[in-house]
Design a protein around this ligand. Structure first.
Ligand code: NIG
Ligand code: FE
Length: 408
């Protein structure tokens, strides 16, 4: 048993600006928090812990959680970005064989090692901003071997970096070229071969579907959900991103952990989310990068008290982003979310979207000691700065996993 004591810090145990503890300390036992509270209330039995870290008045929040990423992929789509600047839309590019299909080609061509190295750069950037847990989707392989390769890379990242990774199988992301004109056959292949095989190999923590005009229909999405349900695997959905197809309501019938994007979600969809306890994952990076103008239904989500999470959606096509902090800023400026809402969105609500008991997005006795140390005066700075690194240390499962010299 190893005990360590973190002192002289301001603590936001729930990442909530309304429930902070100034002049606090934290007792960590091995991987977990044993005690936290005001310094003057530290129980006598912890007063003489020899392993001490004074944080000199810095702030501590739960480690951040990036709950929707496509971090593992080959190449990039900077040239497509340039085409869009000349007037082509995301949908047009996708229909002409660009878009997701071009990343599928690049991803299939790379080895596991190459994919690992490309993804590591993005992962390092996220970790340097206090991220201690991340979701990584497949979906740029679209055949059994290539999807397996992506998921194996995600598992390998989890092994080599001090970060918790949850994997999501997104075989139903796009139609691979070899199934052109046969989308139902591809969905059969996803349900009957790919999903059961990859689940049996222990590579899948959840299943996701891109339900959209340019991707898969409601009926096809439901087939994937049924297959996932039969295998006892949690469900997520990319829904209502470009149009209102009803994917969210469908996913809620299968008790989806989260429905993600949601710009075109209507009130019935929000009600369905409320009833099923599904988290709304908003992705301001994709909204911004696609120059979307349809705002997600924030007021309705608030009115029905649906938990809102935020994520980078890190991917080459719609959100080439490796900064979760920038997403906080964009959620405030573009979606008019409050500082309290965005902080909940990358901690406890993001944890709920991942649905794993060891990831809580909170600091409390018995929870994992996953926290980030910030050189800031006020919590609102986490949503305020654009591109100024303020994270000086990250602790994951009780061990220091990242340090950056404090800027003072
Ligand atoms: O989350 N919406 C679908 N999938 C990704 C984009 C994929 C791509 O364009 O490569 C997203 O936005
Ligand atoms: Fe996505």
């Amino acid at each position: 048993m190893t005990l360590s004591l973190w002192t002289d810090l301001h603590l936001a145990p729930e990442a909530n600006p309304d429930t902070v503890i100034r002049q606090a300390c934290i007792v960590v036992e091995d991987e977990e928090i044993r005690w936290l509270g005001p310094q003057e209330a530290l129980p006598a039995q912890y007063a003489h812990i020899s392993q001490r870290h004074s944080l000199q008045g810095q702030w501590v929040t739960p480690g951040l959680i990036d709950c929707h990423t496509h971090l593992v992929y080959g190449g990039n789509r900077a040239r497509e970005f340039a085409l869009r600047l000349e007037g082509a839309s995301y949908e047009e590019i996708s229909r002409q064989g660009g878009g997701i299909a071009s990343t599928v080609k690049a991803t299939r061509e790379l080895s596991e090692d190459q994919l690992y190295h490309q993804a590591s750069r993005r992962l390092r950037a996220l970790m340097a901003e206090g991220v201690t847990a991340i979701e990584i989707k497949s979906g740029y392989g679209l055949d059994l071997d290539s999807e397996r390769k992506m998921l194996r890379v995600a598992r390998r990242l989890a092994k080599h970096f001090p970060i918790t990774v949850r994997t999501t199988f997104l075989g139903a992301h796009a139609l691979p070229p070899e199934y052109a004109g046969r989308s139902d056959d591809y969905i059969d292949h996803v349900c009957e071969i790919m999903l059961p095989t990859l689940v049996a190999e222990g590579l899948v923590d959840a299943v996701d579907v891109f339900c959209e005009r340019i991707a898969f229909s409601l009926e096809q999405s439901e087939r994937v959900f049924k297959a996932a349900q039969d295998l006892n695997v949690a469900i997520k959905i990319h829904a209502e991103q470009l149009s209102n197809m009803g994917g969210t309501t469908l996913a809620c019938q299968y008790r989806a952990l989260s429905a993600d994007h949601l710009e075109y979600l209507d009130e019935a969809g929000v009600q369905a989310m409320k009833a099923s306890g599904t988290v709304a994952v908003l992705l301001p990076g994709a909204y911004y990068f696609l120059r979307e103008t349809q705002l997600p239904p924030i007021e309705l989500l608030r009115r029905y008290d649906v938990p809102i999470a935020l994520s980078t959606d890190s991917n080459p096509g719609t959100s080439p982003c490796s900064s979760l902090l920038l997403m906080l800023n964009m959620s405030c400026t573009l979606f008019r979310l409050s500082v309290a809402e965005v902080l909940a969105g990358v901690t406890r609500h993001a944890a709920q979207a991942l649905g794993h008991p060891s990831i809580s997005g909170r600091l409390a006795p018995g929870h994992k000691a996953d926290f980030a140390v910030w050189d800031i005066e006020d919590l609102s700075e986490l949503a305020y700065w654009m591109g100024l690194p303020r994270c000086t240390q990250v602790v994951r499962h009780g061990k220091i996993s990242f340090t950056h010299e404090a800027i003072r």
